[in-house]
Design a protein around this ligand. Sequence first.
Ligand code: ADP
Length: 272
Amino acid sequence: MHAQSKPPIAQVVDLVKNYYLESVTVRALRGVSLDFAEGDFVALMGPSGSGKSTLLNLLGCLDRPTTGDYYLGEENVASMDDDQLSEVRSRYIGFIFQSYNLLAQYTVVENVEIPLLYQGAKLNAQTRQRCIDLASLVGLGDRLDHRPMQLSGGQQQRVAIARALVNDPHVILADEPTGNLDSKTSDEIMQLLTQLNKAGKTIIMVTHENDIAAWARRVVRMRDGHIESDVRNDPPRKAPRPDEAIEELPEVIPADGPCSPDGVRGAEGGRI
Ligand code: ADP
């Protein structure tokens, strides 16, 4: 085992997930153990049915494993009840989906604000400014009042990325983030995710495409509910040019909502 200066930001240990249908048990995950280092960018690959979505759902606290452990920060999330899971999810996980999942009636800025509403934060001028800053960061500073239908697919995915950042999550989970985009727009979105990763964000992304996985720092391949391989991409594809690098993400305004659960904190007790 390699000596690590920091504990992993997320860790799954011997994760098993069975789905019980009428007469059969589907063994979707058959004992998966993985560590995710802070600041890593991981592509999860594998054939259809290999367990990628099941693993992403567990990492996103959308479901619980049948057996095994999931440590997010220092807390074992695997033993949490539904309320605790949704609290952890809304505060510590950012989601990006293939189909963007924006609310059609809301503007760009309002869509970015949504996770703050879910976590019970009071919206005010400061939170609004943070959402404007994030929309600007992803290149939508001149589209703040547009609604999703008035945006291209790539622009809608940029809104979803800004929304995923609004809670300053531990981990950004992306489920085929470029699956609905043409190759040029896919490259732009991957460039943006790479910039965010270089600014310190941990990203775990499911993809079917080798071209997309090539942007990640690490590629984990699954098969039949197992980890088949786990290799580092050295170097990852097309690092952003220096003039495009994001030096710093907009400062997070402390949420004015309920207290965060103990344990889901940085090693020094600070915000991650
Ligand atoms: P992938 O994302 O790699 O395509 P999944 O995680 O979706 O794989 O599926 C892994 C296995 O679990 C498959 O055999 C799939 O049919 C099964 N599965 C996934 N979700 C469910 C569910 N809700 N109920 C029953 N079986 C499921």
